[in-house]
Design a protein around this ligand. Structure first.
Ligand code: COA
Length: 152
């Protein structure tokens, strides 16, 4: 069974391991996650497989005066296309609202069709392009926003 809950300090190593496999050189370290968990204006959530007690997905949001910047959205390769990211982001958005986030934003690589489709399904709307935002390889970012009470 997959459960969804807040990230704990002892999840940071595993979250960083997943980041490293998925994002390579741009991955967050365990220390990056630990520092973020100490911020009272941020929420990090995980999906856990209770059969193995393994963290299989994570995501986080930082509240900047009511605007929530979502980062670190990832699902372990073997657990994809089972609705885990969708469920986790819906949970993250609810938890973000609880710390005062009204509007949510995130970026995706222009070529990242699964992520773009996921965000659009959740009601995020493309509001612009950040040219050359990503490195390794260099690529434009699409900037998405989900504003106010637009529930999907
Ligand atoms: C993007 C990612 C998080 C999706 O996770 P997931 O758990 O497989 O997604 P879900 O199963 O919850 O899918 C929800 C929706 O996302 C979209 N989606 C997911 N995988 C997709 C794929 N391979 N192709 C197209 N759309 C896809 C669909 O709209 C899907 O809805 P549907 O099932 O009704 O078609 C996952 O592929 C991932 O970790 N990718 C690598 C890291 C990454 O790119 N993160 C985003 C950085 S911006």
């Amino acid at each position: 069974m997959i459960i969804y809950e807040h990230m704990q300090m002892n999840d940071c190593e595993r979250a960083a391991e997943l980041e490293s496999v998925i994002f390579g050189r741009d991955a967050w370290s365990a220390e990056d996650f630990r520092e973020s968990l100490c911020c009272d204006y941020a929420v990090y959530v995980v999906a856990r497989d209770t059969d193995t007690d393994k963290l299989v997905a994570c995501a986080g949001v930082r509240n900047m005066c009511g605007d929530g910047d979502i980062t670190n959205v990832l699902v372990d390769v073997g657990y994809r296309e089972h609705g885990i990211a969708e469920h986790l982001l819906r949970y993250l958005i609810e938890e973000g609202k609880a710390i005062g986030v009204n509007n949510f934003t995130l970026e995706a690589r222009k070529s990242n069709a699964p992520a773009i489709s996921l965000y659009e399904k959740l009601g995020f709307v493309s509001e612009g392009i950040r040219p050359g935002f990503y490195d390794n390889p260099k690529e434009d970012a699409i900037i998405f926003w989900k504003r106010g009470d637009k529930d999907v």
